[in-house]
Write a new protein. Structure first.
Length: 256
């Protein structure tokens, strides 16, 4: 059986946008969108949120995810995501008394609130059907094709890696280029255990459109995402309980 654990990493120490993962998008915490889409997936069996921040863990619990308290040594700017995922999975499987080992793990980045349950399920279907090392969400590059990327040498523009033919139209830029869109990282369990999220010869792509590939990195991204979400709201993104009740339970669970 293709059992899948979903892990959302949501550290509290964002620099550009303080507590970014709780920033409101159309009145709803950023984190909540990814939790709810994961819970709506037919292929995802459990949704974990790993954080060092009580407010984030309370919000995760409020929207129906399993909160995993991340230790300080995994909550630094230099902490590697793969180690944080390994920790969350280990805590869930061992400390919480889960009796089985999950053969697949999918990391969902909450800084991309526009992915859908259908996107996650389609990426996981590729994972199951190919048994690839990993399946990563990507988006097509159009105006920012590598052929158009330049470097400066003494103030002069030079090709960065590929030569550009003058007056080339966007549709002339071949081959089609893609970039990881920071949304979905699915992997076989043995790859997680080896500490490899992606980048092997058998890392497959799930292609997502640009409109569902918006990432929240800077304050301007937050403004754009808020405007876009008001045009395509998700009324089903609702909490299971109030925030204060969730925070009280979190403090009790973690003896804080």
């Amino acid at each position: 059986m293709n059992k899948v654990l979903s892990v959302i990493l949501a550290r509290g120490g964002s620099k550009a946008i303080p507590l970014k993962n709780l920033a409101l998008i159309n009145g709803i915490p950023l984190l909540a969108y990814t939790i709810i889409e994961a819970k709506r997936c037919k292929h995802v069996d459990a949704v974990l949120v790993s954080s060092d921040c009580l407010e984030i863990l309370a919000t995760a619990y409020q929207y129906g995810a399993v909160p995993i308290l991340r230790p300080d040594e995994l909550s630094r700017d230099t902490s590697r995501p793969i180690e944080c995922i390994q920790h969350a999975v280990a805590v869930y499987e061992k400390n919480l008394g889960v009796k089985e080992i999950y053969p697949f793990v999918v990391e969902l980045l909450c800084t991309n609130p526009f992915k859908t349950a259908d996107d996650i399920d389609k990426a996981l279907t590729i994972q199951f059907e190919t048994n690839a090392d990993s399946v990563i969400a990507v988006m097509p590059l159009e105006d920012h094709h590598p052929i158009r990327i330049k470097k400066l040498e003494n103030g002069c523009i030079r090709d960065f890696c590929l030569p550009e033919i003058a007056e080339s139209r966007r549709q002339d830029l071949k081959p089609q280029a893609y970039i990881r869109n920071g949304s979905i990282y699915s992997m076989r369990r043995d790859m997680l255990d080896k500490g490899i999220r992606y980048g092997t010869d058998d890392s497959r792509a799930y292609v997502m459109p640009r409109e569902r590939s918006v990432n929240i990195d800077e304050p301007m991204d937050l403004l754009f995402a808020d405007m876009l979400m008001t045009k395509v709201p998700r009324p089903y993104v609702t909490p299971n309980m109030g925030y204060d009740a969730a925070l009280k339970l979190i403090k009790k669970d973690f003896s804080l």
